[in-house]
Design a protein around this ligand. Structure first.
Ligand code: SF4
Length: 308
């Protein structure tokens, strides 16, 4: 499969089938923290970067097995709203399948009428907002010339007021870049004004495109407390406290995933954002308790849950 990947498990979306609508790495930004790597084509131009017919035929084939997934998610190698035939793809999925749709976006094109029209049938949109000032926006997101924070904020505002999408804004905090008390206050003011259904705090937890560092869980908690937005969720365990996750919690989370779908250890580490040793310890205990077993597929070890 060229355009779809997974399904992968994430805390936010459960089991989601990813759809890639732009090639590596076409994006309107070049974020310091990007997990995909440095942007090679920085653009605001919408185009059919991948053939819609190819994406649809892969989806038809995969979805014909009626997989039990929580979302079909537009995400992947760059900014999905740059794909000019997004609206047609959304209509195809909505008209033919019962699956909920999700979109991860950097919010750069949301203020455009054509983009807003394309996304309005998507159930859950997760737009990014990483700065409260133009200066920090340029530092953290390194946008294409001509793109401003004002555009991003206007786009998210239109998304919230003009569509019925569920909107969860994500702010990713980078140590020493967008975490000063002044910037946090500015970001907080924007969040209180925009009023998303949820505000999600994240930080650098996987190798970033440029050598930046993340915040600890305690620092994220402090930001959440200071901003005081009623519907806030911290979705990263933070860098300093990754070792402090209690084993009972890791066990519970591992079991929730593998009882639905066998998973390799590496994927479990990624999905849960915890260290490999912790996952291995949890799996060992779960095997002893008879709740999971190990099996091999294609030469690779998987963990499978035993239900009931
Ligand atoms: S917007 Fe997303 S894909 Fe683009 S550079 Fe930033 S993190 Fe990477």
């Amino acid at each position: 499969m060229k355009y779809i990947f997974g399904p992968v498990f994430s805390r936010r979306l459960g089991l989601s089938l990813g759809v890639d609508l732009v090639p590596h790495k076409v994006c309107s930004m070049d974020c310091l923290y990007c997990e995909v790597g440095p942007t090679t084509e920085k653009t605001l131009e919408r185009a059919e970067y991948v053939p819609l017919s190819g994406v649809i035929s892969e989806l038809k084939e995969y979805l014909s097995y009626k997989p039990e997934i929580d979302y079909v998610t537009f995400s992947g190698y760059g900014e999905p709203t740059l794909f000019s035939r997004l609206g047609e793809l959304v209509d195809f999925l909505k008209d033919n399948y019962p699956y909920r749709l999700a979109l991860l976006t950097n919010s750069s094109l949301l203020k455009r009428d054509d983009v807003l029209k394309d996304v309005k049938r998507i159930d859950l949109v997760l737009p990014s907002l990483d700065a409260g000032s133009e200066e920090v926006f340029r530092k953290v997101n390194r946008p294409v010339p001509g793109l401003s924070l004002k555009d991003v904020v206007e786009g998210i505002g239109r998304l919230i007021s003009e569509t019925s999408c569920q909107v969860w804004i994500e702010t990713l905090f980078v140590k020493g870049i967008n975490d000063s008390p002044e910037e946090v206050e500015r970001i907080g003011n924007l969040i209180h004004t925009l009023k998303p259904h949820k505000w999600q705090l994240n930080t650098v937890s996987r190798p970033p495109a440029y050598g930046v560092k993340g915040l600890s869980y305690e620092e994220l908690e402090e930001i959440s407390r200071r901003v005081g937005y009623p519907s806030t969720e911290i979705i990263s365990k933070g860098v300093a406290s990754r070792k402090k996750v209690p084993i009972s919690q890791v066990k519970e989370e591992v079991y929730d995933i593998v009882v639905r779908r066998p998973c390799p250890i590496d994927e479990l580490c990624d999905a849960l954002g915890v260290l490999r040793e912790e996952v291995e310890e949890a799996v060992k205990e779960l095997i002893k308790e008879g709740k999971v077993k190990e099996l091999y597929f294609g030469g690779e070890p998987y963990v499978k849950g035993i239900s009931g």
